[in-house]
Write a protein that binds this ligand. Structure first.
Ligand code: FAD
Ligand code: EPU
Length: 345
């Protein structure tokens, strides 16, 4: 533990008892840039954080954690489209509720995803057949060194599965400050994912989709306020078509999702489940009983428990299926984000 520091326990949904030298809340662009320059003057690292629902602190953080809390939702429209401009510090689920309350449909499949709007473009959040890229118009990014704000169109965000330009070119020294969302006024329900196909496309309302998504998520995913977690710990792996066909010969019931680039996405949760790892526990960390893709803090876990469990799961899946899972969760060490490979054993 750092001698002088601020607890991060309530600032990461794994609820790990970690510390940072300093934690600052920023509700304006000037607060963000001032905090950045002050930290740089002191040669300290800075970590931009929303709600901490996609991070694993592997060590105490030796610098300033900057919580982006820039607020505000405004909207305009034309004959075909609703346009929302949303501050990065708004809560994502509250935005979904706000849009539906104002009769702007289109975000209902993305209900109950934890976190702030500013983090949504970073991994291109997705659930139940919709990804942020389907509704994003632009992302406003602040260069913390120069104070210059840049609007990046959705096309230039290079969105991919759990990926975007913000994990690459704009990773260090930039803050997402707002997101532009566009929703078509002629609404089309998206019901092709899992249990949503039980809804009737001719009569269904956006509110009904919202309600079913919330019910499914509450049934399948652990509540971080009860058992700390960061949602799916690993990404669903992409394999070649050839490899998928080989696996399907051995495991004909294996779920798979054909991708437009000819690769095939496998369900990491199913792979882990097939290794009989549900409930498997190392120290205070466990594989969730309902959703094997989620690792939980079951009882006062420390980072080493979660790291050891993640490594164990990866090795078990690799030895059964010859597929190596990669974390979706961002590993944060003392000086900032670190490549999870550094912690693989
Ligand atoms: P944080 O965890 O605070 O940050 C995530 C990363 O983004 C970090 O690297 C951080 O440095 C960076 N960052 C955050 N804000 C900014 C900013 N303003 N500017 C620049 N960088 C920034 N994800 C999905 O895609 N689909 C799901 O269905 C889903 N379900 C989940 C369910 C549960 C129970 C949990 C706990 C998580 C789930 N997640 C899901 C993961 C998580 O909700 C998303 O990744 C979310 O967008 C993270 O938001 P956050 O504000 O908590 O980001
Ligand atoms: N499955 C199992 N056992 C399990 C878990 C899943 O057999 O323990 C099977 C399911 O039966 C299903 C398949 O695996 O056939 C896929 O499961 P599910 O529909 O629950 O989705 P997922 O692939 O596990 C992904 C996202 C979630 C998102 C859901 C719903 C990733 C890494 N995860 O999970 O996102 O909410 O789809 O769209 O893509 C997150 O990113 O944190 C997250 C929770």
């Amino acid at each position: 533990m750092l001698n002088q520091g601020t607890s991060l326990k309530n600032l990461n949904t794994f609820a790990l008892s970690m510390y940072a030298t300093k934690v600052l809340y920023a509700d304006s662009i000037s607060t963000l840039t001032n905090a950045w320059h002050e930290a740089k003057k002191a040669h300290q690292p800075v970590l931009l954080l929303g709600a901490g629902s996609n991070v694993l602190f592997v060590e105490d953080f030796s610098g300033t954690v900057l919580l982006n809390r820039i607020k505000g939702i405004s909207h305009t429209d034309d004959s075909t489209t609703w346009y929302l401009h949303v501050g990065a510090g708004e809560n994502w689920h509250q935005l979904v509720c706000y849009s539906l309350q104002n009769n702007m449909a289109g975000l209902e499949n993305l209900a109950l995803i934890p976190g702030c709007v500013g983090a949504a473009p970073i991994q291109n959040i997705g659930a139940y057949g919709v990804e942020l890229e389907n509704v994003c118009e632009y992302v406003d990014v602040l260069d913390l060194n120069t104070g210059i704000n840049q609007r990046i169109t959705a096309k230039d965000c290079r969105f991919g599965y759990r990926d975007s330009i913000f994990k690459h070119r704009y990773r260090e020294g930039f803050a997402v400050v707002a997101v532009g969302i566009k929703l078509a006024k002629v609404w089309r329900p998206i019901l092709n994912y899992g249990e949503l196909n039980r809804l009737d496309p001719l009569t269904v309302t956006a509110k009904e989709i919202f309600n079913l998504v919330c019910t499914l998520r509450r049934n399948n995913l652990p509540d971080p306020t009860v058992n700390g977690n960061a949602g799916s710990f690993f990404k669903n792996p992409l394999v070649s078509k050839k490899r998928a066909i080989q696996l399907l010969k051995h495991y004909p019931n294996m779920p798979y999702y054909q991708q437009s680039d000819n690769s095939v996405k496998l369900a990491a949760g199913w792979l882990i489940d097939q290794c009989s790892l549900k409930g498997h526990r190392i120290g205070g960390a466990a594989v969730h009983q309902q959703q094997a893709l989620v690792l939980i803090n079951i009882d006062c876990a420390v980072a080493q428990d979660i790291l050891a469990l993640a490594n164990y799961v990866r090795k078990q899946v690799a030895s059964k299926f010859a597929v190596w899972l990669e974390p979706e969760v961002r590993y944060i060490a003392a000086n900032g984000e670190i490549n999870p490979k550094e912690y693989f054993s």
